[in-house]
Design a protein around this ligand. Structure first.
Ligand SMILES: *Cc1c(COP(=O)(O)O)cnc(C)c1O
Ligand SMILES: [Zn+2]
Length: 415
């Protein structure tokens, strides 16, 4: 057990449990009682000093290990996750009319998405727990990432995905040697089957919502953004939202830094969904609970009709005085192209949604042009080349003839 953990607080009933009083979810509320890990922040304050950061040469998310809920026994054996670049945008900033825009490129993680932050923690926790198998269901990225880190640590993995998972992600899972179950149905169906199997066979459960430690990995993206900006994070941080685990982590990271006195304010968090699947946007508009939505968008990673981590996600936006926004697939595709052309960054549709969301939030006056913004790019575009082709014009075959080439280059305006 990590020595800075005090225990867990249930996000539903608010009760606090000591580490030995609860396992994955609240003993009173059951399945719905998702827990939050709480630390001794006074003790952590003494660890995370300016000197600690200045002298720490571990340029990965493991530099924050004392506040990630893990023992640090095996971290040196893990792949390098995190400490992804925070890129200061010139071209896209200009395009959007923003003075200050940063892009946190989490597509550069080992399996190509920000899910590596959670999967790394999950695999370590599974090893701590002496598990023989790790299992998860996901729209694709948590799956490929779980398979990746389990492979590296020699832990067998069983992975459940919906049949629509894109080819890049499916290929990764099998290539990493995991047992792949492609469920003939949507993500809801994959989640349900994985849960039955996990209960039946007693595997370690990486499912993002249920397992409170996933947020402990996800939150490191905020710790990095803060540190990379010298503990003065931007006014806004934008991220796309499916289950709601990532945005919950983004908030928790900043909130904990604030609690420890390392940053002066928590950025406003912009939660972005696709109009084809927008349960959070609808809930925030109506002020009601979440209603199940269809999963109808090219942004497969955020095509989550029943979000499994609703409370943490809704609180992230509410407590940070942020906003919810949704964008149609057409704008997601445009944003993918804008990001590629302007910054040389190739993002998958779900990640591009955050870019489209920021563009729309500026148009609607939610984000002011004199405010600074960080966009988290959650997944690499190579994972889903089929949808990426919607954002490009594929050239015709060229005869090997210089005159024909001449015509083509003139058309393109390069000569
Ligand atoms: C998982 C994922 C998200 C959303 O994260 P949630 O925790 O499901 O809300 C966004 N973008 C990409 C690329 C993802 O893989
Ligand atoms: Zn509870």
């Amino acid at each position: 057990m990590n020595k800075y953990i005090l225990g867990y607080r249930c996000t539903v009933c608010g009760k606090f449990f000591k580490p030995d009083e609860a396992s994955l979810t609240c003993p009173i509320c059951g399945e719905k009682g998702i827990l939050d890990v709480e630390y001794d922040y006074e003790a952590l304050k003494k660890v995370f000093t300016k000197e600690y950061f200045a002298n720490n040469r571990n340029y990965s998310m493991w530099r924050y290990a004392p506040m990630m809920g893990i023992e640090d026994k095996h971290i040196d054996e893990m792949l390098r996750i995190g400490w992804t670049p925070l890129i200061k945008s010139r071209n896209l900033a200009k395009e959007f009319g923003l003075k200050e825009l940063y892009i946190k490129d989490d597509g550069l993680n080992p399996s190509g998405s920000s899910k590596d932050r959670a999967s790394g923690v999950a695999v370590l926790k599974a090893i701590e727990a002496g598990a023989k198998v790790i299992a998860c269901s996901s729209t694709g990225n948590a799956a490929s990432s779980c398979a990746c880190h389990a492979a590296h640590m020699g832990l067998p993995a069983v992975i459940f995905v919906p049949k629509r998972a894109p080819i890049g992600k499916l290929t990764q899972i099998s290539l990493y040697g995991a047992t792949l179950v492609i469920v003939d149905g949507d993500y809801k169906a994959a989640f349900k089957l994985s849960k039955e199997a996990i209960d039946k066979y007693g595997w370690y459960n990486r499912n993002a919502a249920i397992n409170p430690y996933m947020v402990e990995g996800k939150k490191t993206v905020s710790l990095e953004i803060a540190e990379q900006l010298n503990f003065k994070p931007t006014d806004w941080v934008a991220i796309s939202v499916g289950d709601g685990c990532s945005i919950g982590g983004v908030y928790k990271g900043f909130a904990e830094l604030h609690k420890m006195g390392l940053i002066e304010k928590v950025p406003h968090i912009l939660g972005v969904q696709s109009t084809g699947c927008e349960p959070f946007v609808i809930a925030s508009k109506k002020g009601t609970g979440l209603e199940e939505c269809e999963e109808n968008t090219i942004a497969d990673s955020i095509a989550v009709g029943i979000p499994r981590n609703p409370i943490k996600a809704l609180r992230a936006v509410e407590y940070s005085k942020g906003a919810w926004i949704s964008v149609p697939d057409s704008e997601i595709i445009e944003a993918m192209s804008l990001l590629g052309k302007n910054e040389g960054i190739f993002a998958e549709p779900a990640a591009s949604a955050a870019v489209a969301g920021v563009r729309k939030a500026i148009k609607e006056g939610v984000i002011k042009k004199n405010e600074s913004v960080t966009i988290i790019i959650t997944g690499n575009g190579l994972k889903d080349p089929n949808n990426a082709q919607k954002a490009i014009i594929k050239p015709d075959l060229m005869e090997p003839n210089i005159n024909k080439l001449d015509i083509y280059l003139k058309e393109k305006g390069v000569i």
